[in-house]
Design a protein around this ligand. Structure first.
Ligand code: BGC
Length: 788
């Protein structure tokens, strides 16, 4: 049933609602619905998880909506033990396509494909009658240990934001709303509902919020989900700075903020902060809100504002409903295979071991349970019951019909065990050995971080022993995020699939045998060891506070700055062909922050196979005013080239994306001066560069006060001149005396007032200098404003 109702009528409806009806409207009904109002004919809408597939729980959605059965059912999912298998944990869930998980699929760097994913998810939602899918999740993958990193895209906000926007647009253009989550800083599962992510403002804005801002600007998700954690000591769902000052006032977001499930602790505070909808239904919190409105702790206006937003959401959602849509699961399975093909990352390929030639190989030794029972997804609320699952072992056999394919599972992991001996016999005799490794199934996921970067249960030691026996040894990994690879130099090839979804089995076999050329690239840095990860010293926090000690230096930004060699860098991935880059041009030689410019360059496929390349654009500031990363991703493009083909590739960059946030000025700024734009095959493989000029006001490194060191006051020519004029007038100096005094001041480590007063005595008034510096600050601030 659609709901055609004008804005005016919505307003009239609101006027007719009692206080009780309003507090009911801003509280969910059961686990997955908004509350209908039968008296006023307000329909309900239905939402469900998740981030890479639709988890439609028959029990929870179609069953009784009483709170006891709902809570028990919810907890059983969130705490799901996937070692019992997806069917065991989610027996009463409707089959739906399990697409590659976020950390896998993001490696495609393919926004077109992200849009297709959104469309497919929307179709499945429409077929099930679901109005809002609770995804995508785009928290920054700050540590590879994070339990939910398998759902999230990247350690970089531009990449995360671009992919999220495409997924959301794909969904919403097809009538299904998104819930962009978890806002903000759910970067670990350790004590996830009480831990405070303590993050300095610059890091928040430049890293942790930037992807959200981008996705919101480019796709306007119908809802944003506040996260479970506290942010700078305030519960995210109750954080007014986050939900109102930044999200609504600065970014202009006008959709609905929905809480994470039972994420609200103080309903009145959450309403005042701007968290509109409380999910799921909680009679206790509804009552709390009712009382808070009655006694004036929450204003009627705030409640009305949230009601109106929710009414508008219900209208949009009801009008997006498409009847008679049947999800084409076969087509979606093919899409999941294609997405996996685009996302698999070839990390190592010594002496061209891959691709394998299925017609020539006689014996292939496949080892590892994951070849027969593929690890396709993580565990938690996003877990999807797949419609079908491709089995790598079967696919390998299909692609090498003439070969003997042996299969061993080494389950006891003891050296010299019978299982290992059997595997060794097969490996010794094989033309190639394929080891399918994985992290622990069902442990890493929602609710718990990993505790190390190892593969599950002795697999690292096993690879170490087995790979010594056959020089043609390839490892295929299914992991949520980065793992350590102490054995890597002994192997001939490594493929990272992450959790590749239900079509990954076929995709990986086809990549191994060269049906497809691998073309994914990493969206996070793979460290050599856990100790190398940024933030290692303060992870996972203590006493309920987790200090993000690395600040803005997240992921590659940190490795680059510390000159630390990663195992594999951000943006890295091999192909069966090679690419040359040449002829960089930038259409503007000088930019200001309102500009948009285009970087163009030639890329040639210099190998013998068709292949896809992902070119990345980084910016490198020359003399930054504030501490900056060495380089930062600003754009990317994926394209295909036939052997020998050259393409002119273009990437458009908005200069606003080159800015940094200055907490003193409370503004995004560009530095005047030189900036180098780099074209790269990875963050550690810069192929071309061009330096441009940036036009922006030249500012001192901080706001000026009477305590500022003279060097800071005199740092910029503009301020130096003004300050000289001020001294000249105050102290009645001639030009030469003024220059001398400025020179004398420059060498002092004392505050500027004390320095001047040392020679000028009481002829200089502190108040006058303070007033002058204030006006100078304002003058320079206006200059920034003008440039913006
Ligand atoms: C998760 C959310 C999810 C919600 C509903 C929470 O535990 O953090 O991501 O959408 O449950 O299942």
């Amino acid at each position: 049933m659609t709901w055609n109702i004008s804005d005016k009528e919505l307003g009239a409806l609101l006027d007719q609602m009692t206080l009780e009806e309003k507090t009911t409207l801003v509280t969910g009904h059961g686990l997955w619905r908004t509350s209908a109002n039968y008296r006023l004919n307000i329909p309900e809408i239905l939402m469900t998880d998740g981030t890479y597939g639709v988890r439609y729980s028959i029990e929870q959605i179609d069953g009784p909506q009483d709170s006891d059965s709902q809570l028990a059912s919810f907890l059983s999912v969130v705490n799901a033990d996937l070692s019992r298998g997806v069917e065991g944990a989610f027996g009463s869930t409707r089959p739906a396509t399990c697409f590659p998980n976020g950390s896998s699929f993001a490696c495609s760097w393919d926004v077109g494909l992200a849009h297709e994913l959104g469309e497919a998810l929307a179709d499945e939602c429409q077929a099930f009658g679901v109005n809002i899918l609770l995804g995508p999740g785009i928290n920054i993958r700050r540590t590879p240990l994070a339990g939910r990193s398998y759902e999230y895209y990247s350690e970089d906000p531009i990449l995360s934001g671009e992919i999220a926007a495409a997924v959301i647009n794909g969904m919403q253009k097809n009538g299904v709303g998104a819930s962009l989550k978890h806002f903000a800083c759910n970067n670990s599962e350790v004590q996830r509902t009480t831990m405070s992510s303590v993050v300095e403002e610059r890091a928040l804005r430049e890293i942790y919020l930037a992807g959200f801002e981008r996705a919101i600007r480019k796709s306007n998700p119908w809802t944003v989900m506040s996260s479970y954690n506290r942010l700078n000591d305030v519960q995210a769902a109750e954080n007014r700075w986050l939900l109102t000052d930044v999200l609504r006032e600065e970014w202009g977001y006008d959709g609905v903020v929905v809480s994470d499930w039972h994420g609200i602790k103080d309903r009145a505070a959450s309403m005042n902060a701007g968290n509109d909808l409380d999910m799921p239904e909680s009679a206790a919190r509804r009552q709390e809100l009712l009382e808070a409105v009655k006694d004036g702790r929450v204003s009627a206006k705030a409640l009305d504002r949230s009601c109106l937003r929710i009414l508008k959401l219900i209208r949009t959602a009801r009008n997006g409903l498409r009847t008679n849509i049947t999800a084409d699961f076969r087509k979606h399975h093919a899409l999941s295979q294609r997405m996996a093909v685009e996302s698999i990352v070839l990390l190592r390929n010594q002496a061209g071991l891959l691709p394998l030639d299925g017609t020539k190989l006689q014996r292939i030794a496949v080892v590892g349970a994951a070849a027969r029972e593929p690890v396709i997804q993580g565990s938690g609320c996003a877990t999807t019951r797949p419609t079908e699952v491709d089995i790598p072992l079967d696919e390998i056999r299909r692609l090498a019909p003439g070969a003997t394919v042996t299969f061993n599972v080494v389950s006891d992991f003891a050296p010299d065990s019978a299982g290992e001996q059997a595997a060794l016999t097969n490996i010794d005799a094989a033309d190639v050995a394929l080891f399918f490794g994985n992290t622990e199934v069902g442990y890493d996921g929602e609710g718990s971080d990993r505790t190390d970067l190892n593969l599950h249960d002795g697999q690292d030691e096993l690879i170490d022993r087995l790979s010594r026996r056959n020089g043609r040894f390839a490892v295929i990994l299914a992991t949520p995020d980065a793992v350590a690879m102490p054995w890597v130099n002994q192997t001939a090839a490594v493929l990272a699939m992450f959790f590749g979804g239900q079509g990954a089995g076929r995709a990986v076999a086809e990549v191994l045998f060269g049906v497809h050329n691998p073309c994914g690239k990493l969206t996070v840095t793979f460290p050599v060891k856990l100790e190398d990860t940024p933030g290692f010293l303060t992870y996972p926090g203590e006493n309920n506070r987790h200090i993000y000690s690395e600040g803005i230096h997240v992921g590659y930004r940190s490795y680059d700055k510390r000159k630390l060699a990663p195992q594999f860098p951000f943006g890295f991935g091999l192909s069966y062909t090679t690419f040359d880059y040449s002829n960089i041009e930038i259409d503007l030689h000088s930019i200001d922050e309102a500009d948009t410019f285009t970087v163009s360059f030639d890329v040639t496929n210099t190998g013998k196979r068709a292949g896809k390349e992902i070119a990345q654009i980084y910016s490198r500031p020359h003399n930054p005013r504030l501490i900056r990363p060495l380089r930062e991703l600003k754009g990317f493009v994926k394209f295909e080239l036939q052997p020998g083909e050259t393409k002119r590739v273009e990437v458009t960059i908005e200069a606003r994306d080159l800015r940094y946030y200055d907490c003193d000025h409370r503004r995004w700024l560009l530095d005047a001066g030189k900036l180098t734009i780099e074209v790269a095959a990875s963050s550690r493989d810069i192929r071309l560069e061009r330096t441009i000029d940036v036009e922006a006001p030249a500012l001192p490194s901080s706001i000026l006060t009477v305590e500022s060191q003279p060097a800071t006051v005199l740092e910029q020519e503009f301020a130096r001149k003004r300050f000289g004029a001020f001294l000249k007038e105050q102290l009645d100096l001639d030009d030469e005396e003024t220059v001398k005094l400025l020179e004398y001041c420059g060498g002092s480590f004392l505050g500027i007032y004390n320095t001047v007063a040392w020679v000028a005595g009481d002829k200089i008034s502190k108040d006058a200098m303070a007033a002058f510096l204030d006006s100078l600050n304002r003058e320079m601030g206006r200059a920034i404003g003008k440039a913006a």
